[in-house]
Design a protein around this ligand. Structure first.
Ligand code: ZN
Length: 462
C-alpha cells in the first residue's frame, strides 16, 4: 500500500469531515471580498492550521491586462424607514450589501432606491449574492419578502459605511517541497462572503489536504494557493511565471461540500494525466462522478488554462457553478454542506494525488507467455474455479500491458480495475522481479531537465 493509501485507509473520513466542517463554520460569518480585512482574516485562520505565506500586492499593481483594485472594507450598512427602523441590516447577513459597494449616506424615495435593490422573486426567502468589483456602484440584496414590505410612497435612509482606498490584495500560499521540483497545484478562491459550498467547503478541504501532506514524503512538491477569484489567480500567475512552469498537475477546488456527485472539468489540454487520474477516481466512486470537457468559463482554471500558460489544471467540484438554485444565494449556507461530503472530497483528492504520485510504466521481464504465478504464490493453488480473484486479474493485466509503453493508469483505464488494485499488483510483481521500471516521469512535464526521480530508493510504496 502506498503511504497516501495508508493515510486514506487510516484517516476516519467522518472525523476529518467534521473537522473540516467546523473550520468552514468558523469562517462562515466573515465578510470576505477580493481584497480587505475579511480576506486577510480568512487567510490568517488558514495560516493557523498549515504553513502559509501571506502576500500583499499593492492596489494599482499591473497584473497582465488587469490592475489590482483598491482595497474594500465595510463596517456597517442598512436601509432604514422614516422612523429609523432598519429594514435591511448588514449586521444580520453580509450578503445584504452588494460586495464592493462604494460608501453611501442618503435619503431617497422608493423609486430611486429600488434601482439599487436585488431580490430573487422565484425564491422569496433567499438573499442573492451580488458584486460590483470593477464598476463603482452600490446596492442592497434582500429577500423578496422583505422588498414586498416596502412602501412605494415612502422615503428611505440608506447607509453603506464602507471604504474603497489604496491598500492591497492578499493571497496565501502553502508550499510543501517533495522529492522532485515538479509541482501539484491546488487552488481555491476565497473571496466570497457568507457562502458555504462556494467556497468555504473547498477552502476547508484544501487546508485539510495540505495538513495531511505535510506528514508525507512525496514525489511531487505541492503548492496550495488561496486567492480571491479571477484577480487573485491572475495576480498569482503574473508574479509566479517561473513557478507556473513547474506545475505538472493541478486542481481547482470549488463547491465540493454539498450532496451532489462529483463533477470533474478537464483542463484545456483535455487528456493530461490529471484529467485522466481525476476521471478514473470519480468514475470508480459508489456514486459515480461525471467528466466535463473544458470550456473557457468557470473558476480559476480559466486563468491557469489561458493559452499563454495552458497548464494541466482541471476543476473538481460537486454541483457545477450556476446550475443549482442555491448558487450565489443565502441558501448556500452551513445547512447546504455536510461533514461526510467534505470528508469524502478530502479522500477523493488524496486518491487523485495517489494516482499521480504512483503512476509509472514498467516492462515485463518475462514477456514470452505468462510467468508461472503459482510457483511464486501469486496464483491460488486450487484449480478448476470459474473465476479468478481481482488480485490475480490485476496481476495478469499488469503483466500483459507492461510493455514499456503503458503506464499503470493506462492499464487501470483499459482493465476497468481501480488504480490501487493495479498499483498493488505491480508492487507484488516488482518484488518478484517480474517487472522493471521504465519511466516514472509525468508525460506532462514540459521539458526533460527535471531532476530525475530516484525510484529505487525513494518510492513511497516500496
Ligand atoms: Zn462563486
Amino acid at each position: 500500500m502506498t503511504s497516501l493509501q495508508q493515510a486514506i485507509a487510516q484517516g476516519n473520513t467522518r472525523n476529518i469531515g467534521t473537522e473540516l466542517y467546523d473550520f468552514a463554520a468558523s469562517l462562515f460569518p466573515i465578510c470576505r471580498s477580493i481584497t480587505g480585512s475579511g480576506l486577510r482574516q480568512t487567510l490568517q485562520a488558514i495560516g493557523a492550521k498549515i504553513p502559509l505565506q501571506i502576500h500583499e500586492v499593492p492596489s494599482g499593481t499591473s497584473v497582465f491586462d488587469w490592475v489590482v483594485p483598491k482595497e474594500w472594507n465595510i463596517r456597517d450598512a442598512y436601509i432604514a424607514d422614516e422612523q429609523g427602523r432598519r429594514l435591511v441590516d448588514f449586521r444580520e447577513c453580509n450578503l445584504h450589501v452588494v460586495n464592493y459597494s462604494i460608501p453611501v449616506r442618503a435619503r431617497m424615495p422608493y423609486a430611486e432606491l429600488t434601482l439599487h435593490l436585488h431580490t430573487i422573486p422565484q425564491h422569496p426567502q433567499w438573499i442573492p449574492y451580488r458584486t460590483s468589483y470593477y464598476k463603482e456602484d452600490w446596492g442592497f440584496c434582500l429577500t423578496h419578502e422583505q422588498l414586498e414590505k416596502f412602501d412605494p410612497h415612502s422615503q428611505y435612509e440608506v447607509c453603506i459605511d464602507s471604504s474603497l482606498e489604496d491598500g492591497s490584495l492578499t493571497y496565501g500560499e502553502c508550499y510543501l517541497p517533495g522529492q522532485t521540483e515538479g509541482e501539484i497545484l491546488v487552488s481555491s478562491h476565497c473571496c466570497h462572503p457568507s457562502l458555504a459550498n462556494d467556497n468555504l467547503a473547498a477552502i476547508a478541504v484544501a487546508t485539510g489536504l495540505a495538513k495531511e501532506l505535510t506528514k508525507q514524503n512525496l514525489r511531487y512538491s505541492y503548492r496550495f494557493v488561496f486567492a480571491p477569484g479571477t484577480i487573485g489567480a491572475i495576480t498569482w500567475l503574473s508574479r509566479n511565471r517561473e513557478a507556473a512552469q513547474r506545475i505538472r498537475h493541478g486542481l481547482v477546488l470549488s463547491g465540493i461540500g454539498n450532496t451532489d456527485s462529483f463533477h470533474y472539468k478537464k483542463s484545456r489540454r483535455g487528456n493530461s494525466e490529471v484529467d485522466r487520474a481525476a476521471a478514473h477516481i470519480v468514475s470508480h466512486l459508489p456514486q459515480a462522478g461525471t467528466c466535463l470537457e473544458f470550456s473557457p468559463y468557470g473558476y480559476d482554471e480559466r486563468q491557469y488554462c489561458s493559452p499563454g500558460f495552458d497548464l494541466p489544471v482541471g476543476c473538481l467540484m460537486r454541483s457545477v457553478w450556476g446550475t443549482f438554485p442555491e448558487y450565489h444565494t443565502s441558501a448556500d449556507d452551513l445547512g447546504f454542506i455536510y461533514a461526510d461530503q467534505l470528508g469524502e472530497a478530502w479522500r477523493v483528492c488524496l486518491d487523485i494525488f495517489d494516482v499521480l504520485e504512483n503512476n509509472c510504466t514498467y516492462r515485463n521481464l518475462n514477456p514470452y507467455c505468462e510467468p508461472q504465478l503459482g510457483r511464486r504464490n501469486l496464483y491460488g493453488s486450487m484449480g478448476g474455479s470459474h473465476s479468478i480473484t481481482e488480485e490475480i486479474n490485476a496481476c495478469l493485466w499488469v503483466l500483459n500491458f507492461s510493455d514499456g509503453k503503458h503506464s499503470l493508469l493506462d492499464i487501470a483505464e483499459r482493465s476497468g480495475l481501480a488504480f490501487p488494485a493495479i498499483q498493488k499488483a505491480a508492487d507484488l510483481l516488482f518484488h518478484e522481479q517480474l517487472l522493471a521500471v521504465v519511466d516514472r516521469d509525468s508525460p506532462d512535464r514540459p521539458e526533460a531537465n527535471e531532476t530525475a526521480f530516484a525510484f529505487n530508493t525513494t518510492s513511497t510504496s516500496r
